[in-house]
Design a protein around this ligand. Structure first.
Ligand code: PMP
Length: 305
């Protein structure tokens, strides 16, 4: 099935969407991207885009930091994205990748006096961490401070940090890296936020622990409160607390809710999927596929019935 891109204000086949080798963003990572999921519901024969507007709001915040002017309003970006996904017509889970970037064919390390552009494309994409429970290793690579590269925005260039950590982790036999902040506190995975279950409460790193404010993180916090009556504590977490937590899981648009069975070769709990993790995973899966009536406001249907 052909895929399409919205590129230079037109819908075109994905393979025809090309940028020049002098594009500023390619050289310096001067781009803001998003990762959004369209989740296929086979019974309903419908695809639901999850929390579409919130993803574009985060993209817009990132653009503000990088001095990128978006060519469309958030509502227009949402409409374009729905039209694009519908045009592709996939009947499986998809991943939507919008990018706002410094598009000038011009070298020079700066954010000013450059043109901006925006594109978005869609590809079929199944599970990201393709394991039912992940083995993680604490990375020797730290998350940057906000005054180095702000971790709260999805700036393309910052992802070298994440890629170094991921490749180190896989090389060491793990599925995913857990990165610390420069002060030694736990920050996040290479593409996921992290949660611990301790004494019946969820514990997760706070904004000041150099994290990306994940939309899945926010979703899980709300679901834990409303569906399980569980409070989430946002605080600095020590590395050694990882080893003694009752349960641990990762959250992300690509990785969904992924249980963690092991960190640095120490079993988390009994090394199986934790009870609370399993409950949250089950609720989250129904919510993102449009199978939970209470949370349909987070799901945008793609296909007209
Ligand atoms: N942290 C990082 C570094 C990420 O790249 C992602 C994926 N966007 C996340 C956390 C999770 O964010 P979200 O739930 O919004 O996908």
């Amino acid at each position: 099935m052909p895929s399409y891109a919205y590129f230079q204000k037109k819908f075109i086949p994905l393979e025809e969407a090309k940028i020049g080798i002098m594009t500023n963003a390619f050289h310096y990572g001067s781009a803001i991207f998003e990762g959004i999921r369209g989740n296929w519901n086979d019974k309903q024969k419908q695809a639901y885009i999850f929390r579409l507007k919130e993803h574009y709001e985060r993209l817009e915040r990132g653009c503000k930091v990088l001095n990128i002017t978006l060519p469309h309003s958030i509502d227009e970006l949402c409409r374009i994205t729905i039209e694009l996904v519908a045009k592709c017509g996939f009947e499986e889970d998809v991943y939507i990748r919008p990018v706002a970037y410094k598009s000038s064919q011009a070298l020079g390390v700066r954010l000013h006096d450059l043109e901006d552009d925006f594109f978005v494309f869609v590809i079929p994409w199944g599970p990201y961490l393709d394991v039912d429970k992940a083995k993680c290793g604490v990375s020797s690579w730290h998350r940057p401070e906000d005054n180095v590269i702000p971790p709260q925005i999805k700036a393309a260039g910052i992802y070298i940090n994440n890629a170094l950590a991921k490749t180190e982790a896989v090389g060491n036999g793990y599925d995913e890296a857990i990165m610390l902040a420069p002060d030694g506190h736990v920050s996040e995975g290479s593409g996921e936020n992290i949660f611990l279950v301790m004494d019946g409460k969820l514990v997760t790193p706070a904004t000041y622990n150099n994290i990306l404010m994940g939309i899945t993180r926010n979703t899980v916090i709300e679901l834990a409160e409303k569906e399980l009556g569980m409070e989430t504590i946002h605080r600095a977490i020590d590395r050694s607390e990882l080893y003694v937590a009752d349960e641990c899981f990762l959250t992300g648009t690509a990785a969904h809710v992924t249980p963690v069975s092991e960190i640095d070769r120490r079993k988390i709990g009994d090394g199986e999927i934790g009870e609370i993790t399993a409950k949250l995973q089950e609720i989250y899966t129904r919510v993102i596929r449009g199978d939970h009536p209470k949370y349909m406001h987070w799901c945008t249907p793609v296909y007209k019935k």
